[in-house]
Design a protein around this ligand. Structure first.
Ligand SMILES: [Zn+2]
Length: 268
């Protein structure tokens, strides 16, 4: 009887695994197809007009980014708040910045994220979380990303200031892919040890500087906790690679290894 039960258990488990594999296979095939859909010229113009960092990308990464945006837009739902009408420009400008974090590596396209809620600006939503810069942005584990369009647009418009609320919130999404918001995203095996060592040391150093109100390259907001640290250093990594690399070479290497991109080589 026991061996019969074990057999049934094995059969059911096998069926479940095959179904899961098949579901995944269909999803990946669909994504591969959408990735290569023609990218509308108007979308690219929106990116050129609003996301100046795009111009720095090598041609191969521009093509990759467009493919990722195609998939992202086909899977995520944008919801406007306070009478904000969601336009293609809003969708594309947010998607372009978010997808910068997906280049050059296997990605599951922020799997827990279904909806991006967009407010016109931070002023009309006094109940939402704001950081010390007054930017509106939130990223919930298995929940929506909340953004203010005004801040998303502003963050993209200056590609050198190390402040980008969309990149910040989507770095949180990557961190939260494993179900916890702790500043450690899913890492390749063998990377965890140096990651913990280097990020731990840099986080402690920033915490001390923030406490003593001493100047630091990284925004003091990163000293809030490990999750904010990861989101803040990602903003600096993408927008200020030269200074980042000069002042914090070990940390730069860790992020380069995780993100599989080297913004320093883009000439930013
Ligand atoms: Zn944050």
């Amino acid at each position: 009887m026991n061996s019969q039960l074990a057999l049934w258990f094995l059969i059911i488990m096998t069926i479940i695994l095959v179904l899961l594999w098949f579901k995944n296979h269909v999803k990946n095939k669909r994504r591969e197809k959408i990735f290569f859909f023609p990218f509308p010229e108007a979308f690219e113009q929106d990116i050129i007009d609003h996301v100046p960092i795009y111009q720095y990308l090598p041609e191969e990464l521009k093509q990759q980014l467009k493919g990722h945006i195609n998939v992202f837009l086909s899977e995520k739902y944008f919801q406007g708040q306070n009478d904000l009408k969601i336009t293609d420009t809003i969708r594309v400008v947010i998607a372009a910045q978010a997808c910068l974090l997906l280049l050059n590596r296997r990605t599951n396209y922020f799997p827990h994220l279904k909806t991006i809620i967009v407010y016109p600006s931070s002023f009309k939503n006094p109940n939402a979380h704001q950081d010390h810069l007054g930017r509106l942005g939130e990223s919930w584990v298995r929940g929506p990303v909340v953004l203010s369009w005004k801040d998303a647009e502003h963050g993209a418009s200056n590609e050198h200031d190390g402040r980008n609320v969309v990149i910040h919130e989507f770095a949180h999404q990557l961190d939260q892919e494993d179900g916890v918001s702790d500043g450690t995203p899913l890492l390749q095996s063998g990377h965890i040890r140096t990651w913990g060592k280097v990020l731990g040391k840099e986080f402690r150093s920033l915490t001390i500087k923030a406490k003593c109100k001493r100047r630091s390259f990284f925004d003091h907001y990163g000293a809030t906790n490990a999750a904010e640290f990861f989101a803040v250093i990602t903003e600096h990594f993408v927008e200020q690679p030269k200074t980042f690399h000069r002042k914090h070479p070990d940390l730069y290497q860790e992020l380069k290894k995780y993100y599989h991109i080297d913004p320093l080589s883009w000439g930013l």
